[in-house]
Unconditional design. Structure first.
Length: 304
């Protein structure tokens, strides 16, 4: 069942309630916190950015009515607006499910670049991403990308090279040989930011595959200083590209993949992201990224 919100014009509030929701929790802990502002029609883009800065999380999402989908979602980092945010989407729809605004089954979101399907499956929320687009890097750019992490080509997984993958947001995927190298990266944030500007990236997504005896396929980290994010605990719009890369470039046979993130944060926040690939003739045609969420608290934030 889907429930549409009907919203009317309201006076500009002096404070706004922001609900902090951890998305992609591993069990009942960890996950990536997002701020969620419901019924956000009254706020301008500048006010939304100011609120996101005051909240201080990697992303805050503003939810309003839509004529194209069930809800309109706008995502702001402390630095700027972005097209999509995976953990904020999961946080939003999990919160609305908890509040009874939506039920089990399909829903949808409008973003600044189109409409995406949402699936509510019990306590799991999944968001649609489009088929992957791959952009190959020159050898020079590959070397520069590795150097920004304090690495060289000897750190790469055998037979794989860095590549930009986009299923809604562009990320630079960097396949490393093992978890030791992943845990030991030394990010040069100004260098990462410069490369992200040159290549028009959201951020870097280095990863290492896990043992086949483990029911999780990869462990990752995400650095996005271009958007004011040094390191993030869970990145749904990067996990989708990674699952596609593993399927298309690393011969991963599974179409449901489980990806870990957040273990190496300065304050560890272990997260688990589940990606379901839809494959036709051995090509990914669509995918859904999802997980569980935990509602933490609602706090008042002042509005200028």
């Amino acid at each position: 069942m889907r429930v549409r919100t009907t919203l009317t014009n309201i006076a500009m509030p002096t404070t706004v309630p922001v609900t902090v929701v951890n998305a992609f929790v591993d069990g009942h802990e960890g996950g990536n916190p997002a701020g969620v502002v419901l019924d956000a029609e009254a706020f301008t883009a500048d006010q939304k950015l100011a609120i996101a800065r005051r909240v201080g999380l990697s992303e805050t999402v503003f939810v309003s009515a839509s004529t194209l989908a069930d809800f309109k979602l706008e995502f702001f980092t402390p630095a700027r607006q972005i097209a999509h945010c995976g953990h904020a989407t999961i946080a939003t729809f999990s919160l609305m499910r908890e509040q009874g605004r939506i039920g089990n089954g399909p829903s949808s979101k409008e973003t600044i670049d189109g409409v995406r399907r949402i699936e509510i499956d019990g306590d799991l929320a999944f968001m649609e991403q489009r088929a992957p687009e791959y952009t190959e890097l020159s050898t020079e750019h590959q070397d520069s990308a590795l150097a920004a992490l304090g690495l060289d080509r000897g750190a790469l997984a055998s037979g794989l090279v860095p590549c930009i993958v986009n299923t809604g947001n562009p990320f630079l995927l960097i396949p490393l040989a093992d978890e030791e190298r992943l845990g030991g990266v030394a990010p040069d944030f100004p260098a990462i930011e410069r490369m992200s500007e040159v290549l028009d990236l959201v951020g870097y997504y280095p990863f290492a595959r896990l043992s086949s005896s483990i029911r999780r396929q990869a462990r990752t980290r995400m650095f996005a200083p271009r958007y004011g994010i040094r390191e993030e605990a869970a990145t749904g719009t990067a996990a989708g590209p990674l699952a596609c890369y593993l399927h298309d470039r690393a011969a991963e046979p599974m179409t449901t993949l489980h990806i870990e993130q957040g273990q190496w944060m300065s304050v560890p926040s272990p997260s688990i992201l589940t990606v379901r690939l839809e494959v036709q003739r051995n090509q990914v045609v669509r995918l859904f990224v999802g997980g569980r969420a935990r509602i933490r608290e609602t706090v008042p934030v002042s509005v200028d």
